[in-house]
Each structure stands twice: as C-alpha cells, then as structure tokens.
Design a protein around this ligand. Structure first.
Ligand code: BES
Ligand code: MN
Ligand code: ZN
Length: 490
C-alpha cells in the first residue's frame, strides 16, 4: 500500500473514502467539523440519532453527504473521551483498516490522527495509523486465491498532514512491511514454510535490500560447531535444519550490533513426546519468533536505520521418527554444557541454546531471543502481551517501553536464581524441563545458562504472535515491539 500526504481540505478532496472519527460525547476533530459544516450539521444529527455509531471501534459508512466531494465517508467510533488513550486509538485505526480491507474502496484519505490522544504526538499518531492500515490490509492468499467477488485491498492511503511528516510515513511503510512479512510466514503451512523456506526468505532480503549480508549454516556446518542440541531437535524431520545469520550494517563496521535470535520451529509435533491431536495444526506457528525477527529485520533494512543488526534464526522441524532424539538422551550443547532430555516437546530451548551460544561471537550490545517457547506464557498473560524476562532491568525496561510505544505490549516475569534448582538433573548439567511450576520462567532460566555475561533478554511470544482457534492466524507480533526497540537504538 502506498502512503502519501495531502493537506487539501477534507471537504474539497476528491477521494473514494474520507476517514474520520467521532467520540460519544466530545466535539468533532478539525476535518470532521469541516464535514459537518459543509453538510449543514447532518453529520452531527446522524451521530445524535444513533445512525452513526460512536461506540469504540464502531464503523459507519456514509454515502453522498451534501457539500463534501468524497464519495464515501467512513466514521469510526472512538467511544467515551474519558476512556480514550493510545491503546484505544490504536484499535480505532486497526478497525478502520479492517473495514477498508473488507469494502470496495481501493483508496482513502485519512484524518484520524487529528484526534488528540494523551501522551502522543502528531508524529506518533500518523505513523501508528499508517502502520495499522497496512497491518489490517493484509489478507492470506498464498494457498487460497481470493474469489472474484471478494473486495480488493486498499492500494493507497493519503493522510491530512504536511510534508514535514514524510518520515512518519517512511517509518510506517517499513514497520507495516515487517508485520506483513511476519504474518505471512506465520500463516504459511508447514509443508511450505520449512527451514529451507525461512532461509530463502533471508536470501530475498540479502538480494533486495542495501547493506544486508547473509550466511546460512547447514547441518554439516552446525555439526562442525558442535551444535548438538539444535541438531538433535531436527533429526526426526525430513527437512534439514538451518542456522540463518542475517547481517544488516547501517553503521561503521566496528560498532557493536544488536543481536536478535528467533525460534524457527516450522512445525512442532512434540517429537516422540508427541502432542495431542486436537489443535496440533496450530504448531505451524512455532516459528512465530523467527517470523517476527525476520519481519523486524526487514523493517530495519527498509528504513535503513543507522544501527548494526544481526538476526539469527534457529530453523528446524520437531518430528518423531526412527532417527528422532529421545527422552533420556543426553546432549552436549555447543557451550559444552550437557542437557538431559526429559521431554522432546521442550525443543525450543534446545535450538535456542546453541543459537545463543553462537551469537556471542558478535559481542552484542543487547542479545534478545524471541520465541513461542511455552504454553505457560499463554496461561500467564493470554494474547494481550508477550512475556519479557531479563536480569538487566534497563534492558527489560527498554523493551517494555518500546512495546508500549508500538502498542505491542510486553510484561515482565522474574528470572530469579531461585527457580534454577528446578532444572537439576541426575545425569547431566541440567534437564530440559522444569516441571509444572513457573513453566515460562524455568524455560527462561534454561536459556540464561547460555547467555552468562551477556546483556540478554528473552521474549516469549507464544500468546501474542497468533490468535488461537484455527481461523484467525498470525498477528505478526512482536514486530512492533522489536522495530520500536531498534528505532530507539538508532
Ligand atoms: N511450542 C511449544 C510452546 C507452545 C505451546 C506455544 C502451546 C503455544 C501454545 C513448546 O515447544 C512446547 O511444546 N513447550 C512445552 C514445554 C513443556 C514440555 C515443558 C509446553 O509449553 O507445554
Ligand atoms: Mn514443543
Ligand atoms: Zn515448540
């Protein structure tokens, strides 16, 4: 979708659809007020009569309003002004985007960012509006072509703002691309989106963006590095595992990079500790961490941020077969530490531990892993927030603040040493599961043993990266949080 700026008065502009907002109980914003004046108060009357919904996220489409050149006017409800805040604003924009996606218009002129919201700037509102239109405009078509009578996507959106706001739109373009990349990778079926496919996606970045280089390690190369934990997980699969190392250089070569590591389990059957049948198909989203890391990388490369960034994807498929790793196996990780496997379904931490050990050669300023690591993260926070863990208060706070800015929120859980004893093993340095209690935290504790001395944080996005229940699919999150974190580093 193309984003442009256009300061033509809302009433004079020839557009397929003019998008404005309306509170239940507060004056109209500037462009909406102009519209109301042009049609001699008809808009306000429609609001008062209830024909136009002012419920938060409500949408009403008006046609041929007098005195207005726009063919249609979309009014998005903002609800009660006392309850309004940046999170609610964000949803209003998503709601507008979803409406435009499902209706016949292919272009629109947006005035929503005129609405004042506490603790926000014009820049933020404009950017966030454009990002959300882009996110909402995505539709999955890779293996299901749209029907002839399906409505087309939005092709262009103009915003009522001057040329000084161009950078907000440029940023939004990159972030929206990242979200869409992440959603698409998440939604693709596991027989298409396998480890090699993730590597091809990385190759596409290396081919199409400036300052990007790529290294893809196959199983032989990983074996040379002694990545036995990562390799064990992929052993039951027909698909070869990959370690994907994407580098973006936006700053002088010697500047230390941020390193982001993604869990890329393209399907998690549980392995020999097989998962139950119902909902197993949802484990195609077990590369949601990798998808959002790749999305954030693409956003960063698109924006050409002045930072150095390295993204590492541990890509493998967790399957049971005669060659699969077993409960009882003791693996020697790249770090030299040994791991007793008690459950082959706790595979994410096994691929990540070797990827995290590998990452340290880059001497990162911050090392962040992103993973659909535990069902317990969904139990703890549901689908509204990603779980954040770090022993570095400042890093945890930076990540959470970035999530707040992007309205892609995270919430911290402790990663105290008190929990470490749950990982004690009789036969190895540690076991790969920590029991029923504090499942997300003990997974984090496991990873902490491979990041000693690093400024490291762990993001468990099991709840945030997709909406459960079959039909809905990937949210693309936490691309917003990650890209905002990177923007803040620049
Ligand atoms: N990919 C799953 C985590 C997961 C489960 C994400 C459900 C979203 C929904 C991970 O590999 C896993 O299976 N974790 C186990 C760990 C357990 C065996 C210690 C879990 O959470 O049940
Ligand atoms: Mn698993
Ligand atoms: Zn998994």
């Amino acid at each position: 979708m193309k984003f442009t700026l256009d300061t033509t008065l809302a009433t004079g502009l020839e557009t397929a659809c003019l998008v404005i907002g309306a509170f239940e109980d507060a004056p109209l914003h500037a462009s909406a007020e102009l519209v109301d004046q042009a049609c001699a108060g008809e808009l306000q009357e429609l609001i008062k009569s209830g024909d136009v919904s002012t419920d938060w996220k409500g949408t009403t489409l008006l046609h041929g309003l007098n005195g207005v050149n726009a063919k249609r006017i979309l009014v998005v409800g903002c609800g009660e002004i006392e309850k309004f805040n940046k999170v609610r604003y964000d949803s209003v924009c998503l709601s507008a985007g979803a409406f435009l996606r499902e209706h016949a218009t292919t272009s629109a002129h947006i005035c929503l960012h005129e609405i004042e919201v506490n603790q926000t700037t014009d820049y933020w509102r404009l950017r966030q509006t454009a990002v959300n239109l882009g996110r909402a405009n995505y539709r999955y078509t890779a293996t299901k072509k749209p029907k002839d009578h399906d409505n087309p996507p939005l092709l262009s959106a103009s915003f009522n703002a001057g040329p000084d706001m161009q950078t907000a739109l440029d940023e939004a373009t990159g972030i929206a691309k990242g979200y869409i990349r992440s959603k698409e990778l998440g939604n693709l079926p596991p027989n298409i989106c396998n480890p090699a496919f993730l590597a091809e996606t990385a190759q596409e970045f290396a081919d199409s963006y400036k300052n990007v280089s790529l290294e893809i390690l196959d199983e032989d190369q990983m074996a040379e590095l002694k990545m036995s934990a990562l390799l064990a997980v992929g052993r039951g699969s027909e698909y070869g595992s990959r370690l994907i190392v994407l580098k973006y250089q936006g700053k002088d070569e010697d500047s230390r990079p941020v390193v982001i590591v993604g869990k890329g389990i393209t399907f998690d059957s549980g392995g020999l500790s097989l998962k139950p049948g119902p909902n197993m198909e949802q484990m195609k989203f077990d590369m949601g961490g990798a998808a959002s890391v790749l999305g954030a990388f693409e956003a960063c490369a698109d924006m050409q941020l002045p930072i150095n960034l390295i993204c590492i994807i541990a890509a493998a498929e967790n399957m049971p077969d005669g060659n699969a790793y077993r409960p009882g196996d003791v693996l020697t990780s790249m770090s030299g530490k040994t791991i007793e496997v008690l459950n082959t379904d706790a595979e994410g931490r096994l691929v990540l531990c070797d990827a995290l050990t590998y990452s340290q050669r880059f001497n990162p300023t911050a090392l962040i892993d992103v993973a659909t690591l535990t069902g317990a993260a969904v139990v703890a926070l549901g689908h509204h927030a990603s779980v954040i863990m770090s022993k570095h208060d400042d890093l945890a706070e930076e990540i959470i603040a970035a999530g707040d800015t992007a309205v892609d929120r995270g919430w911290r859980l402790p990663i105290w040493d008190d929990y470490q004893s749950q990982l004690k093993s009789t036969f190895a340095d540690m076991k790969n599961v920590g029991g029923m209690a504090a499942g997300s935290i003990t997974a984090g504790c496991f990873l902490s043993r491979f990041t000693e001395g690093q400024r490291w944080a762990h993001i468990d996005c099991a709840g945030s990266t997709w909406i459960w229940g079959g039909a809905k699919g990937s949210t693309g999150r936490p691309v917003g949080m990650l890209t905002q974190f990177l923007i803040n580093q620049a």
